[in-house]
Design a protein around this ligand. Structure first.
Ligand code: HDL
Ligand code: ZN
Length: 419
């Protein structure tokens, strides 16, 4: 008689067969050319690893590092973090998870053979390979029409890959108002610094035009920890309330609030220079209460906000917590956050996104997350079995689809919340 499989083994098997939708990445449709980053040199020069190598080699100046060609930066990172030191960090381990999945040598002294492997790939073939190895069905991009190179691709037009969905990112247009006034005016939107006259309707037109053009499934903005609503003194709050939310309502799409980023605390580190701060949950609750017919996807950057976000989501059905974002996307914290969310929200949240900047990262971010999230879920199922509620494989398939399958996520996100 075969030994019954453990709940953990069943969950792992079902999860391995459950294709996921990745609701937040910085990846691009392969038709968008060099905007889509992939390969070992991009993997190794991911800004997480830049921060780590400059700690390992604090004798290297920022200026000297940035002056190095990307391949030299990658060689330095490989030697310092993977060869001379044990690659125990999550960002280091991730690179090795990718190499193992591709059948490459994670213990190589030099990168030459690995580089030769990537040189032999085509981007389209590699997208297929990565999606398959990562068990990813579709990804949401982060699209910024004020980024000149990206706008040029949209204006030229290209045949979309249906697996790459668009999300309209608002930071460059709204965040440091009135810094973007010149860029918006150059695109023909009659806005002015004081948001007087037709400014707000012109911002709404920008949001409408571009969310239509890229078929944005949601609009997203990262916000500082001190972002507040209500706040009659803030142009950004005014823009959120009088431009973003009306367009979200009109288009029936969610607004993703990504709160807690303290930008460029160390500007010399570039993309790696941002830090974190605790946000005020009252702002999220006030928005959810005052705009009850808009769905707010919410992810916060500070660990100490994770419990409060669960409480806020219990108070307001139009708050949908999503992912373990950025500095929270580490095994110990994914475990803690996922358990907290299951205990307080059941299955009514989006457990994870990858936040990938490099295509290959889909493999490690989802491999690592499946293990942890599957483990936490299996433990919850075992608790139920203990009290006489069996959990079948069909239950597990249904639950994982609710948590990760884009069709159901999409359905929930496109249905505008009723009061
Ligand atoms: O603002 C964001 O979407 C963040 O995810 C930043 O891109 C950040 O630099 C990042 O890559 N986090 O993983
Ligand atoms: Zn991101």
């Amino acid at each position: 008689m075969s030994v019954p499989k453990s709940m953990h083994a069943v969950v792992a098997q079902v999860f391995a067969r459950t294709p996921v939708t990745d609701i937040h990445t910085h990846l691009f449709d392969p038709a968008m050319g060099s905007l889509l980053l992939w390969g070992i040199d991009e993997l190794l020069t991911y800004h997480y690893l830049v921060a780590e190598v400059l700690r390992a080699r604090s004798d290297i100046t920022y200026k000297a590092f940035w002056a190095m060609p990307k391949s030299a930066q990658a060689d330095l990172i490989w030697q310092e973090l993977f060869v001379k030191r044990t690659p125990v960090s999550e960002a280091c381990r991730g690179v090795l998870t990718v190499l193992k999945a591709l059948g490459l040598n994670a213990n190589a002294e030099r990168l030459s053979d690995i580089r030769a492997y990537f040189a032999a790939q085509t981007v389209r073939g590699y997208v297929e390979k990565v999606f398959k190895l990562a068990g990813v069905e579709r990804v949401y991009m982060t699209n910024d029409p004020l980024h000149p190179a990206e706008r040029a691709v949209w204006e030229k037009g290209f045949e979309r890959d249906p697996r790459f969905l668009a999300a309209l990112r608002l930071d460059s247009a709204l965040k440091d108002w009135p810094q973007s006034v010149g860029n918006l005016k150059a695109l023909g939107y009659a806005v002015d610094s004081s948001l007087s006259g037709r400014s707000l309707s012109e911002v709404r037109r920008y949001l409408t035009d571009w969310s239509q053009k890229i078929e944005a499934r949601y609009m997203a903005i990262s916000l500082a920890p001190d972002f507040a609503y209500p706040d009659t003194t803030s142009s950004l709050t005014n823009l959120m309330v009088k431009a973003v939310i009306p367009v979200a309502r009109a288009r029936g799409i969610p607004v993703a609030l990504m709160i807690g980023v303290r930008k460029a605390v160390n500007p010399a580190l570039g993309d790696a220079g941002d830090s974190v701060g605790p946000s005020d949950l009252a702002t999220v609750e006030n928005l959810a209460r005052d705009f009850g017919d808009v769905t707010f996807l919410v992810t916060l950057l500070a660990r100490e906000n994770m419990h409060g976000l669960c409480v806020a989501a219990r108070k307001f059905k139009n708050i949908v917590p999503f992912g373990c974002w950025w500095f929270l996307n580490n095994p110990s914290l994914i475990r803690e956050i996922t358990a907290m969310r299951l205990e307080m929200l059941g299955l009514s949240f989006i457990p994870q996104h990858s936040d990938c900047r490099i295509l290959d990262q889909l493999i490690y971010k989802w491999t690592h997350s499946r293990v942890i999230i599957g483990d936490v879920l299996a433990s919850k199922y075992e608790d139920l079995v203990q009290v006489g509620r069996p959990v079948s494989e069909a239950d597990i398939r249904r639950d994982l689809a609710a948590l990760f399958d884009g069709r159901l996520i999409n359905q929930r996100l496109s249905v505008v919340t009723a009061y």
